[in-house]
Design a protein around this ligand. Structure first.
Ligand code: AMP
Ligand code: ZN
Length: 130
């Protein structure tokens, strides 16, 4: 079930850029929207397909996800392949969730990156020289 506009506002952080995108206060290139989830193109794409899937509710990081958020987290992950395919990533893609300082998370609103294109993306992380 989706949240009404008023109840959504109460679940958002007024200082959060992705909450502002969810509220429509900052424009985005939406590729999917339902009651609980929004997906939009990353503004600085790392590959031909680069979409961010976010819960409409403000959850800062994966650390902050509560048991009550399991359903929306599952939905976000389950949407990833259809979104990837619809954007043209028909032969594979990568999902990434960056968390906290060590994860290099830039935007403090939980999001799944869906990244792909026609060419392999390369290794997940560069290996440090030993
Ligand atoms: P992360 O480092 O995992 O927090 O990733 C944050 C992502 O959000 C980066 O890839 C940014 O390019 C992207 N981003 C930041 N601002 C916007 C925006 N206004 N619209 C779309 N993507 C954004
Ligand atoms: Zn937020």
């Amino acid at each position: 079930m989706g949240a009404s506009r008023g109840s959504l506002r109460r679940m958002q952080d007024p200082n959060c850029i992705f909450c502002k995108i969810v509220a429509g206060d900052i424009p985005s290139q939406k590729v999917h929207e339902d009651g609980e989830v929004l997906a939009f193109r990353d503004i600085r794409p790392l590959a031909p397909v680069h979409v961010l899937i976010v819960p409409k509710k403000h959850v800062a990081t994966l650390y902050d996800a509560a048991p009550a958020d399991e359903k929306v987290l599952g939905r976000m992950l389950a949407l990833a392949p259809a979104i990837a395919k619809a954007q043209g990533a028909i032969d594979g893609f990568r999902t990434i969730i960056n968390t906290g300082r060590v994860g290099n998370q830039e935007v403090q609103h939980l999001h799944i990156h869906v990244i792909g294109g026609s060419e392999p993306l390369g290794p997940m992380l560069p290996r440090k020289a030993s």
